[in-house]
Design a protein around this ligand. Structure first.
Ligand SMILES: [Zn+2]
Length: 164
């Protein structure tokens, strides 16, 4: 069982102390994500390393893993959407600092940062625009099911026959 993570952390101090943060957060804590979800069941697991890189800059690297319950946009049934994404953040004091390749900027104005917000931002980026079952049965369903309208005699067809 992974440990539940605190929300507010001193990110810069964590990088100076080479902290390793591993644990989970309830999806229910991430309100901006709720509109994209069928429900808020489940947790997000993270495994993050806070450190100072060779260029003496504070960074966070690691990964995020979760399974979201979303609606398939083809059949509108609930489906599990596993998400696994890598994180590579460089901590900046302001927007003017340059961001090296392979890093995303994390601008911190306060020493205390919401870890949940950081995780939620990463999940929002990783979320596909539309989700659907890879083997969605909705297409199959349509071809197998006879449309009752097809079975009724078409009144226009009958008129056409009368005209002839
Ligand atoms: Zn589906």
């Amino acid at each position: 069982m992974l440990e539940k993570l605190p929300n507010f952390i001193d990110t810069k101090r964590f990088t100076l102390q080479n902290c390793h943060l591993k644990g989970n957060v309830d999806l229910a804590e991430m309100s901006r994500l709720h509109d994209s979800l069928y429900n808020q069941d489940g947790t997000v697991e993270i495994d993050w390393h806070f450190t100072i890189n060779e260029q003496h800059r504070p960074i966070i690297t690691g990964n995020i893993q979760t399974t979201l319950n979303v609606l398939c946009q083809r059949c509108l049934q609930v489906m599990s959407l596993p998400i696994e994404t890598k994180v590579a953040l460089i901590i900046l004091n302001n927007e003017d600092q340059e961001v090296p390749d392979n890093y995303e900027a994390l601008i911190l104005t306060n020493p205390e940062t919401s870890l949940y917000n950081m995780i939620e931002d990463e999940l929002l980026l990783a979320l596909p625009i539309v989700s659907y079952h890879t083997d969605c049965s909705s297409n199959q369903y349509k071809t197998l099911k006879a449309d009752p309208e097809d079975l009724k005699p078409n009144p226009f067809k009958i008129l056409e026959n009368l005209k002839n």
